[in-house]
Design a binder for this molecule. Structure first.
Ligand SMILES: *[C@@H]1O[C@H](CO)[C@@H](O)[C@H](O)[C@H]1NC(C)=O
Length: 314
């Protein structure tokens, strides 16, 4: 009987904000704008760093990789979410749901480690300026980047295949905006205890460890800044640090709350809002925080604009 049900379920239904259907139109508009701005902001960063050779240093190569991760992360979530918000009842195929979960975990995991590596890079540059070139040489840089991407692939492969090896015997309604682990796990009709233990330890390793690394780096950076002689220099470095910390805390905080206990008893609406914090806000805000407040980036953008648009040269 249950086996028959299982083979019948070829798709899921994503409910979106089903309790507030009248809001769907407005939310759709807001999310579309956020998606487009995210794509544009990150595309500009990728292009500017690619074209300006003076920016081919670790900090910006990390940033470029982060922008690639964020564009991909958004592309794995937003188009589907926009479809869910613009139709009454959205079905997503089994394979589509699998793929979405896979890419969310891949790019989400890579983002966790990249943000950690970036904080370490800043820590080395600010607190150990003399030995920085040897600490962060080309080979270390490439290894950190490869490690971040490879961890994302590993996390995604293990978690997604595990979740989808469970039996699903209906109902097929996912009360969420897209396919991610916690809401899909609720539809499983088997004992998921072992998986939940794995998810807990995995989240600590993937989310908590980089987060603590970042916190530690920034605390050291803050102390270094407080010892700076110039007041304006201190203020500037401080404000940069604070904006990094805000974005990082938002991303890791909400991701932690969601993934540490995938079957936690928050209401579905709370879960949706928490997911939006790390799927929508982080990719939108990071380009602003990491580049628009950065003079080198602004100068490179200006130079490029002058060269291409005003002078029509290469
Ligand atoms: C990412 O990092 C690697 C390693 O430093 C670098 O070679 C590459 O240009 C960066 N950017 C992208 C878009 O991959």
């Amino acid at each position: 009987m249950s086996k028959q049900n299982q083979s019948c379920m070829a798709e899921f239904i994503l409910l979106g904000f089903s309790n507030f259907p009248e809001l769907h139109e407005k939310i759709f508009g807001v999310f579309l704008v956020i998606y487009l701005v995210t794509l544009m902001g990150n595309a500009i960063i990728i292009a500017v760093i690619f074209l300006d050779h003076s920016l081919h240093i670790p900090m910006y190569l990390f940033l470029q990789n982060l922008s690639v991760v964020e564009v991909s992360f958004s592309a794995a979530i937003m188009p589907e979410m926009l479809v869910v918000l613009s139709t009454k009842k959205t079905t997503i195929s089994f394979v589509g749901c699998f793929a979405q979960m896979y890419f969310i975990l891949l790019f989400g995991g890579a983002e966790c480690f990249l943000l950690g590596a970036m904080a370490y890079d800043r820590f080395a540059a600010i607190c150990h300026p003399l030995t920085y070139p040897t600490i962060m040489n080309k080979s270390v840089l490439v290894k950190l980047v490869i490690f971040s991407w490879a961890s994302g692939v590993m996390v995604a492969t293990v978690q997604t295949t595990w979740v989808f090896s469970f039996p699903f015997c209906g109902p097929s309604e996912i009360n969420h905006l897209f396919c991610e682990t916690p809401p899909v796990l609720e539809l499983v009709c088997a004992d998921t205890f072992l998986f939940e233990i794995y998810a807990f330890t995995g989240t600590i390793l993937i989310v908590m460890v980089p987060f603590l690394l970042i916190l530690l780096s920034y605390i050291r950076i803050l102390f270094a800044i407080l010892k700076m002689p110039s007041r304006t220099g201190r203020q500037k470095a401080f404000s940069t640090c604070v904006s990094h910390l805000t974005s990082v805390t938002l991303f890791y905080g909400t991701a932690n709350m969601t993934y540490l206990q995938p079957k936690a008893s928050y209401s579905p609406e709370t879960k949706k809002l928490m997911s939006l914090a790390y799927t929508l806000l982080t990719p939108l805000l990071n380009p602003l925080i990491y580049s628009l407040r950065n003079n080198e980036m602004k100068r490179a953008l200006m130079k490029l604009w002058l060269r291409k648009v005003v002078l029509h040269t290469d």
